[in-house]
Design a protein around this ligand. Structure first.
Ligand code: FES
Length: 147
């Protein structure tokens, strides 16, 4: 089947099988490897979104956060500045979940951050620097919005 959607702000057309997951299409056909597949038994959820469900929608991946001039998104920069990753496997998902939170709630409390992020698992860094990075990003984004 042919699938058309907007990906990171640009229109895309890709041929895929009806049972392909969006993660498979992003990773295997479009080489956007920031999207991770973890358990593959429908616990983490990455394999539960079929590619055809993206038809006509706007899809944003971690690769789409960077500005055209190469400047990282404040959340990406905050994860670097706060050393909020080690192996990096969870980092794209953490960053996108954090973006979802800050889009809805630009000034979350620590408890709100923890509650929002509780579906994202990190096996190596621990959550203290991740929460700190999200708090830092919220501050930077608030400052940038006042410019
Ligand atoms: S940095 Fe390795 S799983 Fe989170």
């Amino acid at each position: 089947m042919n699938l058309q959607f907007n990906l990171n702000g640009k229109p895309w057309s890709v041929d895929c099988e009806p049972a392909d997951t969006l993660a498979e299409v992003l990773r295997n056909q479009l080489n956007l490897n920031g999207t991770k597949v973890s358990c593959e038994v429908q616990v983490c959820g990455a394999c539960t979104y079929l590619a055809y469900e993206a038809r006509g929608k706007n899809i944003l991946t971690v690769e789409g956060l960077e500005k055209a001039d190469g400047t990282l998104h404040p959340i990406q920069q905050a994860f670097i500045d706060d050393f909020a990753f080690q192996c990096g496997f969870c980092t794209p998902g953490m960053i996108m979940a954090a973006k979802s939170l800050l889009d809805e709630n630009p000034n979350p409390t620590r408890d709100e951050i923890i509650h929002h992020m509780d579906g994202n698992i990190c096996r190596c860094t621990g959550y203290v620097p991740i929460v700190a990075a999200i708090q830092r990003a919220a501050e930077v984004m608030a400052q940038e919005s006042q410019k």
